[in-house]
Design a protein around this ligand. Structure first.
Ligand code: FAD
Length: 376
């Protein structure tokens, strides 16, 4: 089949590889250049974990892990750093209890550490008395940009055709499916059998029915320099971590040093300001940096507070933080990853490929249907 994939970020590159490897004629259309920094998948690190306070996502991660391993083998490069990870909060926090319950249901090994045990094991990060952490050894981080590049390279090696700086403007249904795009001021038309739309924060322009359900927000993160005890921040000595209730009242999360960018990266998972990705200020705001410094002073006192790097990125949020996945008349859409989707993209790409081919996906996707917004 001839299949167009619109939007080559984490999900689109994964879907392209799956379809091209299966022998389909794949056309990959990206409005900017590959691995640009204006969407959601650019950068050195995204957390991967089995620790979810939700059984379905825990089960989906059980399916995603082997796919990441397989990608790494096929790509012949390290894409995943298995540093181990913690999910922590005050004793009795409902999310911690839900994480433990989901891990038990899926027979996933874990350790439940008191604050004292945690701090002895990870001296770079301080838990307070009255807090505890779930440690899971399979957690770590994915080199996100490298994943997008590797999947695209493999898709092309399997015969896919990548067209960059090609913005899809419309889809026509008359007498089959035609993708209308614009490149260098010229209108292009591609007639295809199926279309997969993985356009991230821009998806509502091609699937207007999603517009009321999706909100794009500006997210900001920083790498703070290490002042002392650098060895305490290396993968193995320092986990990826999620604070179920940070100083700001929402989740905070972070990484060990990633060996590629100086310092230690962390951020707030709180939704930032709603933005239009076409017209937004992409500068990092001083208030966001100050909130991170304040958090580091308490939790990671060996960081200096000096910013080594800082950047903005986009979340595409649904009201319930669940993804949006669907298929209608030969057109598949996947988006709404709500700030936690990268670890799933290798699986979401496979699910999108299955939907495009008319195969039954391995999961019941009804929870991700866009129709849930209509009924709400
Ligand atoms: C700061 C930050 C931290 C995050 N941390 C984590 C984490 O630790 N763990 C985790 O699992 N997830 C994390 N996420 C979420 C994760 O990165 C995203 O869910 C994921 O990258 C979404 O991928 P995507 O393929 O849907 O979108 P994108 O990667 O944005 O891809 C969409 C692509 O479509 C293209 N496009 C759009 N419209 C068109 C068009 N009309 N024509 C052609 N091309 C088009 C865009 O240019 C873009 O390249 C984080 C996100 C951010 C922003």
């Amino acid at each position: 089949m001839r299949i167009a994939i619109i939007g080559i970020g984490g999900t689109g590159s994964a879907c392209s590889r799956h379809l091209a490897r299966a022998g389909h004629d794949v056309l990959m259309l990206e409005q900017f250049t590959l691995d640009h920094d204006l969407g959601s998948s650019f950068g050195e690190s995204r957390i991967i974990r089995r620790t979810y306070p939700d059984l379905l996502y825990t089960q989906m991660m059980a399916a995603a892990y082997p796919l990441w391993d397989e990608l790494e083998r096929e790509a012949g490069e390290q894409l995943f750093v298995k540093s181990g990870g913690t999910y922590f909060g005050r004793d009795g926090h409902p999310d911690i209890a839900a994480v433990i319950s989901a891990l038990k249901s899926t027979n996933t090994p874990y350790e439940h550490l008191s604050a004292r045990e945690h701090n002895a094991r990870f001296p770079g990060f301080r838990l307070r008395e009255g807090e505890s952490a779930v440690f899971q050894a399979d957690s770590g981080f994915l080199h996100a940009s490298a994943c997008v590049r590797a999947q695209t390279r493999l898709a092309v090696e399997h015969g896919a055709h990548l067209v960059e700086r090609c913005r899809v403007e419309a889809i026509e249904h008359e007498g089959g499916l035609t993708v209308i795009s614009e490149r260098d001021g010229k209108r292009l038309e591609h007639v295809v059998d199926r279309i997969v739309i993985t356009a991230g924060a821009w998806i509502d322009r091609l699937v207007p029915a999603l517009k009321p359900a999706l909100q794009v927000t500006k997210q900001q993160y920083a790498y703070l320099r290490i002042a002392r005890n650098a060895a305490h921040f290396a993968p193995g000595r320092f986990p990826v971590w999620i604070d179920a209730g940070g100083v700001t009242g929402g989740e905070m999360y972070g990484f060990p040093s990633d060996s590629r960018v100086e310092g230690v990266k962390f951020a707030a998972h709180l939704e930032g300001a709603p933005v239009n990705p076409e017209a937004m200020n992409r500068e990092v705001e001083p208030a966001a940096i100050e909130a991170l410094r304040q958090y580091a002073r308490e939790r990671m006192p060996d960081l200096s507070g000096e910013v080594a790097a800082a950047k903005t990125c986009l979340y595409t949020n649904t009201p319930d933080k669940d993804f949006v996945i669907g298929e209608e008349r030969g057109i598949v859409h996947v988006s709404g990853c709500s700030g936690h989707g990268f670890k799933f993209t290798v699986l979401l790409g496979k699910i999108a490929a299955d939907l495009a081919l008319g195969h039954r996906p391995a999961f019941d996707l009804s929870r991700f249907s866009a129709s849930r917004f209509a009924s709400a």
